[in-house]
Design a protein around this ligand. Sequence first.
Ligand SMILES: [Zn+2]
Length: 475
Amino acid sequence: MLKCNLFLGGLLLTVISCQPNERFFKDALCIENITTIDAKNGLLENQTVIIKDGKIHKVSSSKELRLSQKNKVIDGSGKYLVPGLWDTHIHFSYMEELAPSMFDLFLAYGITGVRDTGGQITYVKKFKELSLANPTTTPRVMIAGPLLDGTPNVYDGSPGRPNLSAGLGSLEAVTNEVNILDSLGVDFLKAYEMLTPQQFMKITQLAQEKGLKVTGHVPLSMDVISASNAGLNSMEHLRNLELSCASNAKELLENRKKLLALGKNDAGGILRSRIHSTQRMPAIKNYDEDKAQEVLDVLAKNNTWQIPTLALYRSVRLKENFKYLPDSIRKAWEQGLENIQLRAPAPDRANYADWMSKMIGKIHQNKIEIMAGTDTPIGYLTPGLSLHEELSQLVQSGLSPLEAIKTATLNPAIYFELDSELGWIGESTWADLIVLDKNPLENISNTKEIHAVIKQGNYMNRDALDQMLKTISEN
Ligand SMILES: [Zn+2]
């Protein structure tokens, strides 16, 4: 700003001489008069955001930054700018025929980062490499490689159980597998339900040595408290939490160990289903507030985060959500949905989903961090679109809209230790952003009102996003 001399020239001259210089930002995109919303700064009106070289170059009050007419300027009046969203629980390899369309589906719905929570390493690594090579036209990709499972393993390639896992029969097998995955550059590890306690503890020990986080399903051979104390960094789907919150948690664990031993020659998927159907609903019936608080205290103390994937259990599946899927998949999903609707409604499933929602409220009150994830494309959840449903479910479970946005923006950045450069709107953070037509703090479903998506500085307007969706649906 120019220096002002209040004693010379009178009021008018003083005001004029106080006007800031017009600024020109070469090779930059300037968004003026927009309302920014992020989990660090909340809502700020009338902001000017300068994007250059894929990053946010400058953020300033629009009143204080006068832009020269030479700039490339977008008028953000009446619009809202939020950080790009993450879906932190996806599987590229669950439906290989859908996988090639997933990048564009994610981007078109404002998902600029994804965490693949299980798939064979050679397969998922291709998506990570594609993303690294094309950072302005693909979401960021973080990978775990295969589910690290014991024997029998659940996702073993049998019908309905694609081969997403490594079935590890010994401690040596665990060590080998983790070493290989680490050498191939995985971003975290995913532990699964059929591991023995010794195998599970080997994974967390190796992960700590290598600086990797471990997420997972609590193994059926353990309880939540011992898994968290052993170094589990995060839990998916609140899996097996109910078993540790029951008044008879100890007895349930002893019975589970017997069922595991008895079923060791069965297929992993069948054995796991048998144990879940024997124990889940009885555990919820025996839910004990004090026992649950004991578990939540441990999760809070150990900073064990939660990725509840509530939409997988609670959202209503609508055919209109399949509109932009590739034609053959859309037809198959519509048929699949009809088959589900023909079946008798499952009250247990609804009760379990309601219990999950209640627990997320408690988890949030206990200041345990949450990340938004869906499990797409499992359960007829459309890549990209379903993340918005997850945000709505989180709000229904007790989070404020801004807290829900945090679970899909700042928290994934913190989880991957990228929060100095990602997940919020500030100078020198990556320009992974969404421009919304409506305020998501007034109604979380407004995150779907997407005006434009910006990936590492690449501004994709509504027409471009619609074209992407149209191209996918014509495949
Ligand atoms: Zn999953």
